[in-house]
Design a protein around this ligand. Sequence first.
Ligand SMILES: NC(=O)c1ccc[n+]([C@@H]2O[C@H](COP(=O)([O-])OP(=O)(O)OC[C@H]3O[C@@H](n4cnc5c(N)ncnc54)[C@H](O)[C@@H]3O)[C@@H](O)[C@H]2O)c1
Length: 383
Amino acid sequence: MKVHTIGIIMNGVTGRMGTNQHLVRSILAIRQQGGVTLPNGDIIMPDPILVGRQEHKVKALAEKHGVTRWSTDLDACLADPANQVYFDSQTTVHRAESIKKAIAAGKDIYCEKPTDTSLEGSLELARLAKQAGVKNGVVQDKLFLPGLLKLKRLIDSGFFGKILSVRMEFGYWVFEGDWQPGQRPSWNYRKEDGGGIIVDMFAHWRYVLDNLFGNVKAISCLGMTHIPERVDEQGERYTATADDAAYATFLLEGDIVVQANSSWAVRVDRDDLLTIQVDGTEGSAVAGLRDCKVQHRVNTPKPVWNPDIENPFAFTEQWVDVPANQIFDNGFKVQWELFLKHLVIDTPFPWDLLEGAKGTQMSDLGLQSWKERQWVDVPDLKL
Ligand SMILES: NC(=O)c1ccc[n+]([C@@H]2O[C@H](COP(=O)([O-])OP(=O)(O)OC[C@H]3O[C@@H](n4cnc5c(N)ncnc54)[C@H](O)[C@@H]3O)[C@@H](O)[C@H]2O)c1
């Protein structure tokens, strides 16, 4: 049995996603479980080095979690051949510059989405990685959510018949930061810092739609900045220059119509922060982050419009839960394990920088549709 130790530079790891999802729930969890076991019994053991600009923060994070390697010098980490992978979860506008350096240093790349704030920038990263021959991957975590895996199981079983339409409701109230601190970083609400719900969420919607239902062919989008002023982490008022809600319609292959509301200015009266309703000729389903419920055509009630009487239907009780039938691990961790296997034994890993660029293409086209007040077609992406 051989242990393949993979040195991973983790940059942006003091942030929300970096600390919680990538360091604690993925890399450290993989180390705690004894690495990733390969079919021949070999083990892959990730060996992180935490990188950040502020020494006190990165040192404290490393000490808290018992990580021995940390640094404030990215160039030195990149120069060290023991580090095979560069991982980036910095704020979006800082990602491309560091990834370009890492590609030039011959590192394999794994990073958060969106890979850049513009399609041009995202495509350049994909192109450079291909030219350099380095392996690369982009986080597409929603595909590994239990609720969406159950939905995929339903699709693969033919449960829906012909899928007609999809309704996605995403969002929750993000506090303005005055009388209660905001629960998202303030850069999310400043366009100049890479913020905006379209840039953030359409990267997700692209791979969710492409992978589950069919390729996106066209988009119509209306963005809004509902809350024009917020208060930042230092208690300073600032102007929200980025969109905090987007009301979009996507047309997919096979004429599947998708309506997607994304909002940080909405209060939740649904089962989860994201719900996806799928209606097909044979049945319907509603998925959340973990759960998924279905209604088959034979269980479909026959309501008649009549406001003169009390509603005789308990509609929400007429659905049946889809069982788990398996153990669902953390989605970020599952994708990290697949990427590590891809590095060592070359198993397929389809979620690369080109797929990441499709996400940025979606947000670019959403912003264009909003600006021009019209439908926009989605052209094929080539390197
Ligand atoms: N996959 C998902 O579901 C998901 C969810 C949220 C965010 N994200 C993405 O993850 C990334 C990080 O988001 P977050 O919510 O963790 O943000 P955050 O603000 O909590 O963390 C950002 C990280 O970048 C670093 N950083 C900030 N300013 C910097 C600068 N000027 N120079 C260099 N580094 C800087 C910070 O120190 C921190 O480590 C974003 O690109 C975001 O789009 C993905």
